[in-house]
Structures are given as C-alpha cells and as structure tokens.
Design a protein around this ligand. Structure first.
Ligand code: ZN
Length: 135
C-alpha cells in the first residue's frame, strides 16, 4: 500500500468510526428508554426507601468505551462494549444521584459518558477545558 492510500484508508476509518458512533447512540437511546420503562425508580433512592423516578441508565462499572476506542486495542474495545451493553452492569438512577459527587467518586475521579455529538460530560475533561496560553 502506498503512503497515500494508507492515509486515505485512515481517513475512511475515521469517518466510519464517527458514523458508527452516531448510530450506536440512537441504539443506546432506545435500549435506555426500554430499560427505564422496565426499571422506573432510582436504585439509589430506592435503597433509602425513597421513591424517585429514574431518568438515567448508569453503568455500575464504567465501561470507558470512548477511551477503549481511542486506544485502538480491539480486545479492549470488545471488552468495553460488552461491559457497556451488559444489563447486569446497568442501574436506573435519577439525575441527581447520577450527577452526585458521591456517586462519581465511588467509580472514578471523572464523570462518565458523553453527549450525543461525542463530547465528554466531564467538565474537567481536557476537551472541555478552555485552552489558556500559559507556560
Ligand atoms: Zn436518586
């Protein structure tokens, strides 16, 4: 393969990746909606015997799918995807519980997940930090 063809191929893969991610997002939304209909109460509040409607499907163990995709390691991507879609690893939460510091810190120092256009939800993620010309 010539270097030029290799570059074209790389561009193609990048485009296909993002299209796939968009498709995957709508599939996820449907799966999430179905799950929330079946599990309508916040699991966290339920443990405290409080009835609060769940609006978010939380991954108990963070699959870190995006990080896996970025790593390009096929085994890691497969494992991450399995973790992502494993309903044993899902729990219904209200937004308050999902966004709470306690919940976040149990799992990691970072907020998990991304917006439909692929930006991380974590405000501290370097993609979301304003770049300031220092140093
Ligand atoms: Zn809750």
């Amino acid at each position: 393969m010539t270097p030029r063809r290799a570059a074209d191929r790389k561009n193609f893969d990048a485009r296909r990746g993002s299209a796939h991610e968009r498709g995957y997002t709508s599939v996820w939304q449907r799966a999430r909606d179905g799950y929330l209909r079946a599990h309508p109460l916040c699991a966290n509040h339920k443990r405290r015997r409080e009835i609060v409607a769940a609006t978010v499907v939380d991954h108990i163990k963070a699959p870190r799918l995006r990080e896996a995709m970025e790593s390009g390691d096929p085994e890691r991507i497969t494992a991450s995807r399995e973790m992502f879609w494993d309903r044993e690893n899902w729990q219904p939460l209200c937004k308050l519980c999902h966004d709470s510091d306690e919940q976040r810190m149990e799992k990691s120092e970072r907020q998990i997940g991304c917006t439909p256009d692929g930006r991380p939800l974590d405000a501290g993620h370097h993609w979301n930090r304003a770049t300031v010309g220092r140093g």
